[in-house]
Ligand binder design. Structure first.
Ligand SMILES: NC(=O)c1ccc[n+]([C@@H]2O[C@H](COP(=O)([O-])OP(=O)(O)OC[C@H]3O[C@@H](n4cnc5c(N)ncnc54)[C@H](OP(=O)(O)O)[C@@H]3O)[C@@H](O)[C@H]2O)c1
Length: 289
């Protein structure tokens, strides 16, 4: 393969979406820098590492110049530094592809919570005037990994808002769309892509589909808000927990809307949830360590 002279930066390079994006960019022969907090976090061979913690933007003054950046932002924990981070990134790159969230356009940037965090980053990006592609994603299929320990132990899934209807998306579909946007370059100063999975199902139905792939019944038990705060979000900020609960409950009456954007960009349908489960089956069958 002919090496490319095109340069790309990926933040969140060890996470669900970033790690897949890094792998695809490297496999296509591009020069890739992965931003990680740790000096030893695994990155594919050939990837340059830039060690930085995005809660401290000062370090970003040494960033290499790149053709495009995939910005995966530590929602809430780095909000205080959002303006500095975005300004520094925008001065070092031609195009920012930002992993945002579905529904952000209806949210006040000062609202707080996860959605407020995405609205804040989108506002800061707009203020810089940088070319940007906003990947406004529905919920990630990977969120159901939270259920994996219970399912692997043969216990019920205990979660919130069983009737919330979502269109969960495979993280690798998001990564491929991000890579397409980065390598194609900005088609216009601002592009917003509403990205979803191929189906709209309730949380209970997603749990049942995991059971179908595993060949057994997975029981879903709904938690009250207080039970969820005391168990699922124990040790996390109140703001974080409450914003997730409210967001999930809203999707009971106002489900995530499905789009064909992934298919239009990748020229094949978005991958169904059962395919995602098969790709991650080991997580749902692993014995607890
Ligand atoms: N889950 C959903 O349903 C959903 C839907 C729409 C949008 N989103 C957004 O997607 C993003 C998360 O993407 P993901 O699931 O691919 O990530 P992830 O798997 O949750 O991993 C988080 C990544 O961010 C890095 N990170 C965390 N704190 C950092 C910091 N202070 N400085 C630098 N890097 C830091 C982590 O690196 P380390 O290796 O250093 O930990 C890791 O690479 C968030 O902004 C979230 O709001 C999520």
């Amino acid at each position: 393969m002919k090496p490319s002279s095109r340069t790309f930066l990926v933040t969140g390079a060890t996470g669900n979406v970033g790690s897949n994006a890094v792998s695809h960019l490297v496999a296509a022969g591009h020069q890739v820098t992965g931003l990680t907090r740790s000096r030893s976090a695994p990155l594919p061979p050939g990837v340059q590492r830039f060690v930085a913690d995005l809660t401290d933007s000062a370090r970003l003054q040494d960033l290499p110049r790149t053709d495009a950046t995939l910005l995966i932002f530590p929602s809430l924990t780095a909000d205080h530094a959002a303006r500095d981070i975005v300004t520094r990134l925008a001065s070092r790159t031609e195009h920012i592809v930002y992993l945002s969230a579905h529904g952000v356009e209806r949210v006040d940037p000062d609202a707080g919570g996860i959605m407020g965090s995405h609205a804040l980053v989108e506002r800061e990006l707009a203020l810089t005037g940088v070319n940007r592609t906003l990947l406004r994603s529905s919920g990630f299929a990977a969120n159901t990994l939270m259920w994996a320990p219970a399912i692997a132990a043969g216990q019920p899934v205990r979660a919130i808002a069983g009737d919330a209807r979502r269109t969960l998306i495979h993280e690798d579909d998001l990564a491929l769309v991000a890579v397409e946007a980065m390598t194609r370059g900005p088609q216009r100063p601002v592009s917003s892509l509403h990205l979803t999975g191929p189906e709209v199902l309730t949380q209970r139905e997603y749990a049942a589909r995991i059971g179908t792939v595993l060949g057994r019944t997975v029981v879903f038990e709904e938690l009250s808000d207080d039970e969820a705060m005391a168990t699922l979000f124990a040790g996390m900020s109140d703001d974080f927990g409450r914003s997730i609960i409210e967001g999930q409950k809203r999707m009971i009456t106002d489900p995530e809307a499905r789009t064909d954007t992934v298919e239009e960009i990748l020229e094949r349908p978005a991958r169904p949830f059962t395919e995602w489960v098969r790709d991650h089956e080991a997580a749902f069958t692993a014995s607890p360590s």
